[in-house]
Each structure stands twice: as C-alpha cells, then as structure tokens.
Design a protein around this ligand. Sequence first.
Ligand code: OOG
Ligand code: NI
Length: 582
Amino acid sequence: MTSLASGTPIASKLDMQHRLFAELSAMFGREVPLYDKSLLVNRACNATVCALLGRIHPGFRASDAEIDRASGERHGAIRIGRADEYRWVCRLFACFAMEPHDFYDMTAVGAKSQPMIATAFRSVVDPEHRVFASLLMTDYFEAGMRGRIEAALAGRTIFGERARQLIERSERNGGLAWSEASELISECTSRIFKWTGEAHDHALYRDLVDGGFKIAADIACFDSLHLNHLTPNTLCMDLYTAAMKRCLGEVDRGWFESRACAVLGRLAHRLWADSRGDWMLLHFKQLSTADIAALSRAQIDGPEIAGLARALADELDGDKFSLEGIVHAGSKGLTEGPSEDTPVFLRQDAYRALTEPVAFRESDGSVVHATHTARFGEIEERFYACTPAGRRLYDACLLRADEIRERDPELPKQDPAQYEAAYAAAFLPFPKSVPELVAAGLCHARFRATDAGIAARDAGVELPCDAMELVRRGFAALEGLRYEDFLPVSAAGIFASNLQQYGTRSTASVKPAYSRALIEEILGKSVVEPALVYAGIEAETRLETLDRLGVLARIDAGERTEYERRVAALRAVLASCGIKAG
Ligand code: OOG
Ligand code: NI
C-alpha cells in the first residue's frame, strides 16, 4: 500500500469508489422512496434466482453479502450545465479511479436528439460502477434562449472550496487518506449530487418545458447536479419488471405468479442447458470457472418452479413492499436492448419519471411552488461486449425490433407473448451462446489455456493453432467479456422515453456540430475508446494462450501482427490513464 508523505496510507481508489456508490445509493434512497422500494424488490427477485440456482446446482448457495453485491447499483446519471463544471466532475471521478469512456453525441440521433453531449465515467480495467454524465450545449438554442440559460447557470457553485481542495490534493499526492476520502464522499452526498427541491427562474423553467426542452429545464434552473437515476443490477430482468408491476399495483397476483413461473421456467431451461456455466460466470464475478465446474446438477420440475414463484408472490404481498402513500407514474413497460434470449450489450427497463414538488426562488424574493418531473428509476442486466461487426448486426436487428413497436404500440400491453416472440424474431440472426457469438466474430472474449491443453503440449501432442479450434477440443477455454458501457443509440431514447416525451430540434440559426475533440478539450483529458479496451483484452489473451500452448509461431503472420497492434492500442489507452499493463 502506498502512503502520503506524512506516512498515512493512501486509500484504494476502487474501495473509495465502492463507498461513494454505497453512500450515493443511501442518499438517493432517502430522496426517492420509490428507489428504496425498488432495491428491495430487486433483492427479493435476485434471491429467488439464487434459490433457483441452488435447486439446479445443489452445492450452490449465495450468501446475503453475495446477493447484496449482485443486486447493487451499477450506474448513475447526472446532467451538467457548464463546461467548467464538467471538467471538475471529470477531476472528481478520477479520484475514484473513474475515467471518461466514449463520446455520445445526443444532438445527432435524429428524432431522439437532445441538446446534450456525454461521456461515461468508469474504471478502465475493473469496472463495477459507472456514471453517465451529459453536458447541456447552450449553443443548440437561439441567441435569446441561450443567453437566458447561461445567465441562470452563471451564478451557481457546484464544487465548494473544500471539494476543490480535496480533488487537487488527490491529484498532487496520487490519492487521499481515508479521512480525506470520507470528506470528499460527504461533499458528494451533502452537496454536489444532492437533490434540494429548490430551483430558480420559474419563467425560464416554464419556457423550456413548454418548448419541449424538459432536460434543459432539469439543468438550468437547479443548483446541484442531482442524480437523475441510479440503476441497480438484476439477475433476471423479466422477473424484476413483473415484480415491480405487481408492487406498483398494475397487475394482480394471478398475473404475477403465472408470469414469474414462465420466466423462471425459461431461466431454468437455459441454466440446465448451459453446461459450461457461462451464465453464472457472467452474473457472479466472484465465481471462478473451477468453482462452477465443481457444481453438481439436478433437474427441477414445474411444481418446484411454481413453488418459487408463489413464495416470491407471498413475499411481495408483505408490508415491506407496500407502495401505499408513495406517488409514482407507473412502470415504463418496455424493456430496451436486445431480446431476452440474445446475450449482448445490456437490457434496461424503468419506472417513469416522478412528479416532485419544487420551490422556485425568484429574483424579487418571492417563492413559486411548482412541480418538476425528471427523476426516474432504472434497472439493468448486463451481457457480452460486441465487436464492431456485432454492433452493426445489433443496430440492424434493433431497427427491425423498433418497427414492431412502431407498427403496433399497444401490442406489448395487449399481447405480451406475441410481442416478445416478434421482438425475439428480430434478433434471430444472433447466435445465443458465448462460443457461437465469439466464433462468429460478434462478441469479445478472454481466452486461457486449460490444464488439458498444457498437459497435451507437454506430452508433445500436435495442437491446432486456431484459438476456436483449441476451445472446441478443450485445450483452451474462453469467457465472454461483460459489456461495461451504455446502450448504443438508446441512451438518447432513455432520456426521452421516461419523460413520455420524444426528442428536440436545435433552435440555433445553424445547428452546431459536436465532436470527441470538443469534449476532450472541455474535460482536459482524452476519452477512452472502450472498443480498443475490449479488443485489446481479447487479443492479449489470445496471444498468451497460443504462446502457452506452444503454437504461436505457427499462426498466420498477418493475424499475429493484427493482434499485436490491438495489444499496443490497449497499452496506449492504459498508459494514457496512468495504469500499468499486466
Ligand atoms: C442519461 C440517460 C442515459 C442510460 O442508462 O442509458 C442513461 C440521463 O437520462 O441523464 O442513463
Ligand atoms: Ni441510465
């Protein structure tokens, strides 16, 4: 452990990150009671999935701490008003080992456009939490409105003196002592990201909302970077969304039980067929391949599944889950992302934005009591990272899936089974298992030599030099890389869909164009290209595996050069973030 000049140990930035997110989650739970309830619902659903796993793998038991970890928050979203604030946010997250990843231009997504550009802060090599941080582009607006927004933002101070001092100290010393880290976390939860229920300039607020710019209103008239949402992780999206519908009073108990039975039955079937344990490896980071290979397997029958569904329904009927007295706008009822059977990128769902009271302080000293609708509750389930070819195929499938929704917007409600089948049909071109996805060049994986492979090499067996052939014959193994970023394109859709409002159009005389270079200039830092990281990890582990199995010298020279180029690109990214390779 490294220490400061005083000899005090430096806090691990990753540990600080876990603490920050635990405390943000506690803060958000106090601010938004429905979020707190949704965490309970999610935990109950994840515990049910773990119980199912325990039946299928009789040796498997998840401890309370493991269920907590699997159920925790995975991302948050904040919206920022000024470029200087954006740079401070970047410097703040760097104290928690979170670097900007990817450039999202929300102004250029057709009808879903918003006056925002964005990046996501997360750690490069050990991502657990992430924050989607967008910046309002005031030059998207005509001069008059632009001036009003900038004036409303000019007076605010998001980062106080102490927060800035701590960030600078962390930069100077390479980290903070725990006492300082705790202070910085408390700056985050008591000021920077705290919801105050106070705003200013109600006239501007109304004009922005009436003009369709609800997101700009959520930024320009407030004095903190309040969290828009925090998104926990589910082990089974369809079970969670059914449970939330039940708790929000949208469906009756009979509907819930039959849906839970169907969903758990489908999952049981998948887990049963998954002899390599890919699903468990993806959903439980703490489990190793050896742990999973050691698990025994048992059949589970219909009545047992019905029993699990009934027990969950009983639990959700308890007082703890009662939403009585909590105002809400219902669930969105549409899951974004790939179909249920296609394990790429991530799936997300949400409950709709809540209408909350806000007091507007006016310049003449008066107070206007009004409401604000922006904060919503999301949930996510993460799958595998796509290659560029996988991404193109995803985009093409999504286009077809969107057509199904547009053709008949009522279908998901009227005939969920038919809608699900049609949505899944749109994603048929995707194979559904990790080895097939990797073999088709659609998803990334990490490779390793197996004991059998090493024994064969030692025995002088002539091994093939194709990595997938080595996997097929058991000399190597692969593990899909989890996707750690945001849903392509649909981030903009997420802004819109939770507000029940579609996109915006620039009112500037010439719509400005925004670029990665611009966001890097604002941040004072280069933005990590996640595609290089996924491809680099895959290339590095492919080369290592082939080398360990003694076949590296036999692979095609062009292929080898390409993998080495990808490894060099990964190293360059890591070096630019101050991370040592290896
Ligand atoms: C951010 C929207 C993006 C996601 O999950 O894609 C996002 C926002 O609404 O501010 O959080
Ligand atoms: Ni989100």
